[in-house]
Design a protein around this ligand. Structure first.
Ligand code: MN
Ligand code: MN
Length: 296
């Protein structure tokens, strides 16, 4: 079962100017083949369907626990898309076409199918699909796939980073490059323990350290490239049988941090009358709040 916290993994900056085309590019990291929906659902279903979990508990614990972090990544990327769109159009008389500015943006679904919020789709608007989930039930094969998936995800993040210098995009991609690097290494280490093959000798893939991306630095300075969060009050305690030793780049110890990161408040999205969202006037919202507080 799952527990939820009404917090975002990191604080993200507010934009001076909305940037819908950056939102379209970031969509790839949400609903693309190598996006957060794919990492989440691969690990989620592999953990649900894991055979022999009690005999190889550290591997089950690793996959099940990383799942929880990926759900937070889905939330983070979704919020980044939303914040790039926020404030782009203004309310107005329908006859004056208040959504006109959306017409020429790359992803017109943001202005028609959603209320200027994220879609479960990639940067070209193609929907995310369960075909992106690989769950063979063979532990080595699934871990090998997860290693490949994280390396592919890293490539896409690096390219989105190079597509836009939008501060929201840069902040979340910087963070996700660091966290994705942890997951690449975690699956590499799991495969090493399982088979004896020295997977970490291949890293990083692509062969460019995170340090080349300036927005990763502050997260690495906090040691986030060496930590796995244990996203449970009492469970998944055998991750440290896999996640141990030192980081190959700086020689500093890898560690399991008990509990989730501190996180940050989730930005509140403003009402959008021109999108009919949430579809209540300010007066109706105030009256509703007053009625609920009186328990009527
Ligand atoms: Mn992720
Ligand atoms: Mn990951």
């Amino acid at each position: 079962m799952f527990m939820r916290m009404d917090r975002l993994l990191i604080d993200i900056p507010r934009l001076k100017e909305p940037d819908p085309n950056a939102a379209a590019a970031i969509q790839e990291l949400l609903g693309g083949k190598f996006g957060e929906m794919s990492t989440l659902n691969n690990y989620l279903h592999q953990s649900f369907n894991f055979r022999g979990r009690n005999k190889v508990r550290p591997f089950y614990d690793l996959v099940a626990n990383i799942t929880a972090e990926e759900l937070g990544h889905v939330e983070l990327v979704t919020t980044a898309v939303n914040m790039c769109l926020e404030g782009y159009t203004k309310p107005g008389d329908p006859d004056d076409a208040p959504l006109k500015k959306g017409k020429d943006m790359r992803n017109s679904h943001h202005f028609i199918a959603s209320a200027q919020t994220s879609m479960l789709a990639n940067s070209m608007g193609q929907p995310w699909t369960g075909d992106y989930v690989f769950n063979s039930g063979n532990l080595v094969l699934d871990l090998l796939h997860n290693f490949f998936l994280e390396c592919g995800a890293r490539t896409h993040k690096m390219r989105v980073y190079e597509m836009t210098d939008n501060p929201v995009a840069r902040e979340i991609v910087g963070y996700l490059l660091v966290r994705g690097g942890v997951h690449v290494m975690a699956y590499a280490k799991a495969l090493e323990k399982l088979t004896g093959v020295e997977m970490t000798k291949m890293l990083p893939i692509p062969n460019l350290e995170n340090k080349a991306f300036s927005e990763t630095r502050k997260f690495e300075e906090k040691g986030l490239h060496r930590a796995i969060y244990r996203f449970s009050p009492n469970d998944y305690k055998e991750i440290d049988k896999i996640w141990n030793g030192v980081h190959p780049e700086d020689g500093q110890p890898l560690y399991v941090k008990d509990g989730p990161p501190e996180g940050a408040p989730i930005p509140d999205l403003e009402e959008k009358p021109e999108m009919f969202s949430p579809g209540l006037s300010s007066e109706e919202i105030e009256e509703l709040a007053a009625r609920l507080s009186r328990n009527i």
